[in-house]
Write a protein that binds this ligand. Sequence first.
Ligand code: ZN
Length: 94
Amino acid sequence: MKKCPYCGFENQEPTPRCPECGGYYSKIIELIDQAAAEEEKNSGAARYRRIIQSGNIKQAIISEIRQIVDGLSGQAKLTLWVVFVFVFALVFAF
Ligand SMILES: [Zn+2]
C-alpha cells in the first residue's frame, strides 16, 4: 500500500499515480509518462484528431505545421525547403 506524498491518500492498487489527486509516486515514472504523453501528442493520429476537433480547421492545420517545423533541426528544414522548391519547380516550370 502506497501513501500519496501530495494528498496523503492511501492507494490499495499497484498504480504509478495517485487516483485521488493524480500525483506520481515516483519521479522516474512521472518522466516516463510525460515522455509517452509527448510522443502521443506528436503522433499523426493525435494531430489529425486535434485538427478535426478544432473549430477552425485551417487555423489548426497551420498551427500543427508550425509545430512540426519548429521541431525540425536546421538540416531537416533545409532538406524540406529544397524538396519544396524542387516540387514547385517541377509543377510550374512546364
Ligand atoms: Zn494524491
